[in-house]
Design a protein around this ligand. Structure first.
Ligand code: SF4
Ligand code: SF4
Length: 468
């Protein structure tokens, strides 16, 4: 109540409901981005976007150069995959592994070229290059921007991994008037976007302007949570002299970075329920900070998506930081080499932050396009206590940002009644975890709902197959 009042009086942009988990960003927020080049082989998964997996376009034991396209699929919801370092493919698409999200898929192993040849020189300096002011976004044809983004293999780096070109492609039936740059980074612990906003704000603004032009929008909004004052200043400075760009300061509240929370917060528009409703239905496209930076690199410099900034953090690592990491690097090598390894108390490793990041099945999983953080937690940071019976306090309902009834959905899932769970709008759940966070009975509500959605999808596939 007091927090809501403070938000209203301070003029901070906000949304109804949600929670205030501890930020715990202090471990890595002041650590500058460092380049990490692994020594072990890369393992590049073929499924790194929403949509059907890519197929390798290279042969076994083929020499590949940095940035060479190595896989693609002819499908509108797809993004090609590139060699993230130079080397030689060992074997093709024979390795099945559970990815960071636990999904099994094929992967291409790449044995790295010798030191100094795997990556172009001065890669970090190029990545964080701040000379973007001379780029005139309107000098590009919108279709050319779309094609370059597609060729660069860009997907939403906030975790959704939806192919970026498809989001920005103009559709006369659904015109876009506003692009929102998502600089909220509301997930506790993670600081990769924060660091990028500090170290390359000009590149991010350039990518945002290119996205705006491609989508045919008239306005761009940069939305950042209040707990990053230095990033707010850096982005304001980088956007100076652009009357069609506005920086808006949002309350530090979870899940501010969700599209269905950010859009009402900054534009007071309500996005219809998932899975059918999209920001496009209210004339908006949301682009993540790292994605915008990738757009600038892909369009202006023809550089593919090969690396991303990954925060490695938590009390379970010795030296938290933010690392520019090639896709395909193993979690193990990144944690051991960059972050000084795990501490004796390390308990679990998450691909992402504690609210939405799944626990990884093994440290051999590779960093993929959707992984912006690795959190290694110790026992004291986790809340794993035994699940108790529901006391019907209603807190999960009061805090769900999508106005769902988590307790009813979870109860239906527990009893295998997926039709009932769907009647309670299970598919609309964004799996933010607010309900589980506030539940005094320690019921892992989001876990049940996620499992219910997966099981329902499985049932649908089986039903379709049976009807063929
Ligand atoms: S996980 Fe789903 S049900 Fe729970 S609070 Fe988030 S949106 Fe609501
Ligand atoms: S918060 Fe937990 S205990 Fe309270 S109603 Fe929801 S499920 Fe039950």
């Amino acid at each position: 109540m007091i927090t809501a009042l403070r938000e209203r009086m301070s003029g901070l942009k906000s949304f109804q409901r949600g929670i205030h988990p501890p930020h715990r960003k202090k471990y890595s927020e002041s650590v500058p981005i460092e380049l990490f080049t692994p020594e072990s082989n890369l393992l590049i998964p073929m499924s790194q976007h929403i949509g059907p997996p890519c197929k390798p376009t290279i042969k076994p034991r083929e020499e590949v150069t940095y940035g060479q396209k190595i896989a693609e699929i002819d499908h509108p919801i797809s993004a090609p995959i590139h060699a993230t370092l130079a080397g030689k493919t060992a074997m093709i698409a024979v390795t099945l592994l559970p990815g960071p999200g636990g999904r099994r898929c094929d992967a291409v192993p790449i044995k790295l070229a010798s030191d100094g040849e795997a990556l172009p020189p001065d890669f970090l300096a190029q990545f964080l290059d701040r000379n973007w002011d001379s780029v005139e976004p309107t000098s590009y044809d919108p279709e050319e921007i779309i094609q370059k983004i597609r060729a660069g293999g860009l997907v939403g780096m906030g975790g959704a991994t939806f192919p970026t070109y498809f989001k920005l492609k103009r559709n006369p039936d659904q015109p876009v008037d506003t692009i929102v740059l998502n600089g909220a980074e509301c997930e506790p612990y993670l600081t990769a976007d924060h660091r990028l906003m500090l170290e390359c704000p000009e590149g991010i603004v350039c990518g945002l302007m290119l996205a705006k032009h491609a989508a045919g929008a008239q306005r761009a909004i940069i939305a950042i949570e209040e707990n990053k004052p230095d990033a707010i200043e850096a982005m304001k400075k980088a956007a100076q002299g652009r009357p069609d760009v506005e920086v808006m300061v949002c309350a530090a509240k979870y899940p501010m970075g969700g599209e269905r929370q950010l859009i009402p917060a900054v534009l007071k528009r309500v996005v219809p329920s998932a899975p059918k409703g999209l920001p496009l239905n209210v004339g908006v496209v949301v682009v993540n900070v790292s994605t915008a930076h990738g757009i600038a690199r892909a369009v202006v410099k023809d550089l593919p998506f090969t690396h991303r900034v990954v925060t490695v953090t938590g009390l379970g690592v010795k030296k938290p930081g933010n690392f520019l990491t090639p896709i395909g690097t193993s979690f193990k090598e990144l944690i051991e080499t960059c972050a000084g390894g795990v501490t004796d108390q390390a308990l679990k490793v998450l691909a992402g932050g504690p609210m939405m990041g799944p626990t990884v099945p093994s440290l051999d999983v590779p960093v993929t396009k959707g992984v912006g953080g690795i959190t290694v937690m110790i026992d004291a940071e986790t809340m794993h206590r035994e699940e108790q019976p529901c006391i019907r306090c209603g807190r999960c309902i009061d805090n769900c940002p999508l106005y769902l009834s988590p307790t009813k959905i979870a109860h239906a899932v527990k009893h295998g009644d997926y039709d009932l769970a769907n009647q309670y709008d299970m598919q609309a759940c964004c799996e933010c975890g607010c309900c589980a966070f506030v539940c005094p009975a320690q019921i892992p509500l989001a876990h049940y709902i996620r499992a219910g959605k997966n099981e329902w999808n499985h049932i649908q596939v089986q039903r379709k197959a049976a009807n063929k």
